[in-house]
Write a protein that binds this ligand. Sequence first.
Ligand SMILES: Nc1ncnc2c1ncn2[C@@H]1O[C@H](COP(=O)(O)OP(=O)(O)OP(=O)(O)O)[C@@H](O)[C@H]1O
Ligand SMILES: [Mg+2]
Length: 372
Amino acid sequence: MSREAAASLRVPRYLGVDAAQILTAFPDPVLVVGSSGLVEYANAAAEQFFDASTATFLGRPLSDLVPADSPLFALLANVRRSGHSVSEYAVTLETPRLGSHVVTIQAAPLSEAADRLVVTLQERSIAHKIDRQLTHRNAARSVTGMAAMLAHEVKNPLSGIRGAAQLLEESLGHADRELTRLICDEADRIVALVDRMEVFSDRRPLERGPVNIHEVLNRVRLVAQSGFARHVHFVEDYDPSLPPVYGNRDALIQALLNLVKNAAEAVPAQTGEIQVSTAYQHGVRLAVSGTDARLHLPLVVEVADNGEGIPEDLRPHLFDPFVTTKHNGTGLGLALVAKVIDDHGGVIEFESQPRRTVFRLFLPTMSSEGKK
Ligand SMILES: Nc1ncnc2c1ncn2[C@@H]1O[C@H](COP(=O)(O)OP(=O)(O)OP(=O)(O)O)[C@@H](O)[C@H]1O
Ligand SMILES: [Mg+2]
């Protein structure tokens, strides 16, 4: 590292630890790349990642470590041009020496002059979560045909059965009427279930426009607190300056209601808490599996709860229809959320551990749509 670079990396001591120690201990690779593309700093994790000691690559071009056609270079050029930090998920870094790694790259100008950049690589990236998310999309789609079939094959005969039961009722004594009521109630229940499934067979593109996400969240909270979440404490952390989502208001309400309902059903009876937050993330682009396209989904909505967490065995199939642990659950709640977010071109992911389960939605804004 040049003396100048070393000087710019020197940071005041805090709590008796200096920045160099922090960077050495930091588990993700961190690099500093100078204006001419030379590697000026690498932490211990970077040495390990590139399987080379700094002695061999400091002061050498980054292209010694990463093939010159790697998307990493376009990303660095992007940071230099814009002067902003940029993240890119699901970037494949591949060399004969490294093998193939799928990483999240984050790069930012190190100082005001964007000639020196700091780059971090994260291996346990969101990338594979997004791949999983795309599988969830397929899961939502797989139920489509079945929903259409059910609607057709079940609803019509059911209305016949219900009508017949009602006719019978008129000629029955009191005791037997209970049975015809049972037939009607059960028929209604199945129709309601099929109705819920019918949304899946609707393949029309969503009607979308500017939607104020906070207005959506206020509505969801109102519905929740006057019903199923009466016992739960709500914490809201909203970024009031967010631009409108490019979305469908009713569908977003439905999806968020499902998430909040699950959260309310998961939290402890006495100390239940649901946190809803919104934020804007600059420069985050998500890869779309199977294509080169990258989505710009800057608006993030989180629904977090302090329940026991999602059972481990459920996780790989969480968004599949009919996956449920609840006595009266249909297991369609999250499948519907996945479909709604898919229809918005958005992404959903979750993290779960005891006392903290988070569902995170990434959504397009009105302005990001145009720039895709
Ligand atoms: N916040 C959460 N905390 C813990 N487990 C969850 C959470 N959200 C979902 N789950 C688990 O995922 C399963 C599927 O959820 P989903 O909303 O699809 O169906 P459901 O809630 O069981 O039924 P329905 O939504 O029809 O009432 C739930 O049964 C539950 O086991
Ligand atoms: Mg549910």
